[in-house]
Design a protein around this ligand. Structure first.
Ligand SMILES: Nc1ncnc2c1ncn2[C@@H]1O[C@H](COP(=O)(O)OP(=O)(O)OP(=O)(O)O)[C@@H](O)[C@H]1O
Ligand SMILES: [Mg+2]
Length: 150
């Protein structure tokens, strides 16, 4: 659909700023699949996306619950939209249906960001934004590669 884009993220602040930028191309019904190892910065990136979308509440790792919902708030540009932040780490494979998460938010009304979502949630939408974060050993630098995939 698009060429993969790539960027170096030198600090956690860079990763959050990248998330704010990504948010500008997201709207209701969009699915973002975050891929990358433990500590790669998936939650940090989600924090930036949440800031860019202007949603309410603080983003944290959904450790004990699988999904966290953030209500729409004031957005700098674009229609206000809710955020559903899912951690699929403990889902253990395929998620047949996001209904299984028992969310109050309609997915068509939210941006859905799924950590560890690769191979689990892609079938839920016609297209998704795939973001892969990788980390170098012994440094804070992360590399993001992202593209819209059908
Ligand atoms: N360039 C960077 N981008 C993102 N995080 C960074 C960077 N440099 C250092 N960090 C640190 O790495 C950690 C990333 O943690 P984060 O919870 O975002 O990762 P994660 O991919 O969500 O991990 P998990 O797989 O456990 O959910 C944070 O402590 C953050 O401060
Ligand atoms: Mg995380």
């Amino acid at each position: 659909m698009t060429e993969p884009r790539q960027r170096s993220l030198l600090t956690v602040q860079d990763t959050e700023a990248f998330g704010r930028e990504l948010a500008a191309e997201l709207s209701a019904g969009d699915l973002v699949v975050l891929d990358g190892p433990l500590g790669a910065g998936k939650t940090a990136l989600t924090r930036g996306i949440a800031e860019g979308l202007g949603v309410q509440g603080r983003v944290s790792s959904p450790t004990f619950i699988i999904a966290r919902q953030h209500r729409a708030g004031a957005r700098a540009s674009g229609e206000p939209v809710a955020l559903v932040h899912v951690d699929a780490y403990r889902l253990g494979g395929d998620l047949a249906d996001l209904d299984a998460l028992d969310l109050d938010t309609e997915l068509t009304e939210a941006v859905v960001v799924v950590e560890w979502g690769r191979g689990v949630v892609e079938h839920l939408t016609e297209r998704h934004l795939h973001v892969r974060l990788s980390r170098a050993a012994d440094s804070e630098v992360r590399t993001a590669i992202w593209e819209w995939v059908r």
